[in-house]
Structure formats: structure tokens, C-alpha cells
Design a protein around this ligand. Structure first.
Ligand code: PMP
Length: 446
């Protein structure tokens, strides 16, 4: 029965204010950019499930591809000399899509955390293969989010994700994110980009360059609050990594496949990483899938006498699940055919312009920021000092509750409201999101 089911379900990633049973929102169906809850409330899905249902709900093309694959072959391994066609087709497809970044090899898995874990382990093995086994440390950004496995947990930039699980991987260091709204230098623009890149260089030197395996970051930080770096940040980071031989890993789990307004987030800065992590939008959330891509520098270390052996004692039962690969293949077709990144850029600009006046209109809105269809409203208790609201007060949750009652599913994250709608969204639905948030802030005092 329902009550028993609710008592058994352990709610993952739960803020205490969100999970009182009476406060849980239960979504029962989805159609296009709309979802409906168990009380019949229809809402614009302002979060695309969880940043991932980029092509919208209930797409017949994706369902058909999944059903077709189930008929043909529901599952077979792609381990240790055994494989199946879909996993090879998808790998080729991803390499082709990322040809400008010269991605040479693809390892598939089941989601973003797996994709990051694979990137960290491949980095470690790369350095052992090229004879620098001391390179084991990882540098990442504060506020960064890289998933829930122990490697990802160790490099996560927020203490809340790390502190319950220590001791973590040794040698993981966080530096300040290029966050114009809040940074220790009170800097912005190119000055901030240069200061953050200089901090990366200082940290590499402090650790000893021959001990640092990789620097990892999201092109635009997502869960940490949609932090958009200045134009010079990523090129400077690439230069610093090159200077010391440090690998550059882009965690594109959120930004991949159009969300930031470019097909891939790193393209917005014209930078090619050594490793790219993908998930979420790769199957538009219909089936779990993650991918880790490496360039020839890394793939080359796995060659013997010019032949790629790829010997890697790492992989998952669901590395390249045939049904997930079939879903991804059709999703990538749709992303290209429907020019999804361009729509994300266009509608994202509209949404940002429509929400920007909230900074003047509402005392609790400190900053509205975004790129493409990833946006955040930063909630403050004092606008002048930029003091954030106390996340334990549940103000963000209250805003989200009122917005949901007015037809907009938005996501409260501590001191922020996050928006990440399907990338297929059009103007009328954007206005529903804006109006519902306007009502929520008008009716709710911090
Ligand atoms: N990296 C980033 C940037 C993410 O946003 C997330 C999930 N939100 C992850 C990794 C982890 O992905 P998953 O939850 O699919 O394991």
C-alpha cells in the first residue's frame, strides 16, 4: 500500500525541509515540457527531471528506439573481448560529435558519477603507464559537483557532500571557483579569471607539479549554483595545465548536449580538455547512461607497438547497456536535427532577461544568472552584504512550493533556486515559469 511504500523509500540527497512526507512532490506523468503530480497539478518542468530530460517527456522517437532494441537484444556485456553493435555505434557517434576536441576513445557506464570515477581512474592509470606514478592528486573547484562515488565525493567542492564520508581519497584539493558574485577578491571579469587561474598555478606548484594528476571542473558549475566563468578562465586553465603537464578533465554531465547554449560547454570557451565526462542529456534521462571520452594523448598511453590494447581493469556491468545506447543514438540525432543547443541559447537569453528584474523587485533575490538553459536565483538575507539566506530556514523550499502551486516545477538548493527546463521549451512555457516565480517571491517573505 501507499503508506508502506512511502515508509520504505529512502529519499536520496535530501534537505530536511524537502522530505517531510507531507512536503514531498510526487510526479506521476510527463508530456513534452509538462509534468503532473499525484494531486493532478500540471506544471512546466522547470528542472527537466534533474537537468536531464532535455528533449522533453514522452517522446515517441525515443520510446520506439528503446522498444526496438528490447526486441533485438535487451542486454549483453561489453567486457573483456565481448561486445555488441550498439555500443560500438554509439562510441563512434560520440567520437564524431567531439571530433573538434579530438576525442579518440569512449568508455561507457551508467551515469554521471560513473563517468567521473572512470575519468579519475583513467587519469591515475595514464600517469602510471607514462612512468610518472607519483602523479595522483586532483585539483577541483569549490562549489563543484562531481557525483557520489568516493572519488567524486573526494573532489566535490562543497563540505556538505564530503563531511559525512571522510576519510576520503587523499590529495584532493579545492580552489576558488571563478564566481563573479562571491569570491575572496571581490573581483569580476577577466581580472577574476586571471586570479583563479593563478590560484590553480600556485596550488600545482605548492603540491609539486609531478604529484598532480589532473584538474577537473564543470565548464559552467551546475548544482553549485550555475556559476559562469569569465571568458579568459578556461583558456588560462588550459595553459596552466599544459605548462605543468596536468590533465584537464571537463565534467560535462550537465553542460553536454546543449544545455549551456553550445553543444558542449567547453566550446563556449574554445577549449579542448583531455577527458570529457558525459551523462544526463545523452539519453535525455530515458535510461541511465554515462560516457567518458579521452583524447589521443591518453589513448596513446594504452597502445603497445602502435596497437590500442586499452587494458584497463575498470568497467561496469552496464558499460554500454544496449538499450541505453539505442536511446542515446536516437537522442543525439534529435539534438542535432532539432538544433537543440541553439534553442537553449535563445530561450535561455529570454529567461535570463525576464528574471533579471527580480534583482530590483525582490529583497531576497541577490543575483539572477545563467547561460543557456541553466539559471539560478541567488537568495540573500541582505542584498548589500550578499549574505545568503540560512538554508535551514527552508525559504528556497517555500518558494518552490508556491511556484509549484502556480504551475512551475523549480528546484530549491539551499540558498538558491535552480532552473534547468527541457531544451525544447518555447516562449509560452517560459512565461509560466517567470510568472509563477514572480508570484512565489511576492507572496513569500524570507
Ligand atoms: N557531475 C555533475 C556535473 C553533475 O551535475 C552530476 C549530477 N547532478 C554528476 C556528475 C553525477 O551524476 P549522476 O547523478 O548521474 O551520478
Amino acid at each position: 500500500n501507499t503508506q508502506q511504500a512511502q515508509q520504505s523509500f529512502w529519499h536520496p540527497m535530501a534537505h530536511p525541509a524537502s522530505v517531510r512526507q507531507s512536503a514531498v512532490t510526487r510526479i506521476v506523468s510527463g508530456e513534452g515540457v509538462y509534468v503532473t503530480d499525484d494531486k493532478g497539478q500540471r506544471m512546466v518542468d522547470g528542472v527537466a527531471g534533474l537537468w536531464n530530460v532535455n528533449l522533453g517527456h514522452n517522446r515517441p522517437e525515443i520510446k520506439a528506439a528503446i522498444m526496438h532494441q528490447l526486441d533485438e537484444l535487451a542486454y549483453y556485456q561489453s567486457f573483456d573481448g565481448v561486445s555488441h553493435p550498439r555500443v560500438e555505434e554509439l562510441s563512434a557517434r560520440l567520437s564524431a560529435m567531439l571530433a573538434p576536441e579530438q576525442m579518440a576513445r569512449v568508455m561507457l557506464s551508467s551515469g554521471g558519477s560513473d563517468a567521473v570515477e572512470t575519468a579519475l581512474k583513467v587519469s591515475r592509470q595514464y600517469w602510471k603507464l607514462v612512468g610518472e606514478p607519483e602523479r595522483t592528486r586532483f585539483i577541483s573547484l569549490r562549489q563543484g559537483y562531481h557525483g557520489t562515488h568516493f572519488g567524486g565525493t573526494s573532489i566535490n567542492g562543497s563540505l556538505v557532500f564530503r563531511r559525512n564520508y571522510e576519510p576520503l581519497l587523499p590529495g584532493c584539493i579545492q580552489i576558488d571557483a571563478p564566481w563573479p558574485y562571491r569570491n575572496p577578491w571581490n573581483a569580476g571579469g577577466e581580472e577574476l579569471g586571471a586570479l583563479c587561474a593563478a590560484q590553480l598555478e600556485r596550488e600545482i606548484l605548492a603540491q609539486g607539479p609531478d604529484t598532480v594528476a589532473a584538474f577537473i571542473a564543470e565548464p559552467v558549475q551546475g548544482a553549485g549554483g550555475v556559476i559562469v566563468p569569465p571568458a579568459n578562465f578556461w583558456p588560462l586553465v588550459r595553459a596552466v595545465c599544459d605548462k605543468y603537464g596536468v590533465l584537464l578533465i571537463a565534467d560535462e554531465v550537465v553542460t553536454g548536449f546543449g544545455r549551456s547554449g553550445n553543444m558542449f560547454g567547453c566550446r563556449g570557451w574554445g577549449v579542448s580538455p583531455d577527458i570529457i565526462c558525459l551523462a544526463k542529456g545523452i539519453t535525455s534521462g530515458y535510461i541511465p547512461l554515462g560516457a567518458t571520452l579521452v583524447n589521443q594523448r591518453i589513448a596513446g598511453a594504452f597502445e603497445q607497438n602502435g596497437n590500442f590494447t586499452g587494458a584497463l581493469m575498470h568497467g561496469y556491468t552496464y558499460s554500454g547497456h544496449p538499450v541505453a545506447c539505442a536511446a542515446a543514438l536516437v537522442c543525439l540525432d534529435l539534438v542535432e536535427r532539432e538544433q537543440i543547443p541553439a534553442n537553449a541559447a535563445k530561450q535561455g537569453d529570454y529567461l535570463l532577461q525576464a528574471l533579471k528584474p527580480f534583482e530590483q523587485k525582490f529583497a531576497a533575490v541577490g543575483e539572477v544568472r545563467g547561460k543557456g538553459l541553466m539559471l539560478a536565483l541567488d537568495l540573500v538575507s541582505d542584498k548589500a552584504s550578499r549574505e545568503p539566506v540560512d538554508p535551514m530556514d527552508g525559504f528556497a523550499n517555500q518558494i518552490a512550493r508556491v511556484a509549484r502551486a502556480h504551475g512551475a516545477m523549480v528546484r530549491p538548493v539551499g540558498t538558491k533556486i535552480i532552473l534547468s527546463p527541457p531544451l525544447t521549451i518555447q516562449l509560452p512555457e517560459l512565461d509560466i515559469l517567470v510568472n509563477a516565480l514572480d508570484t512565489a517571491f511576492s507572496q513569500t517573505a524570507p
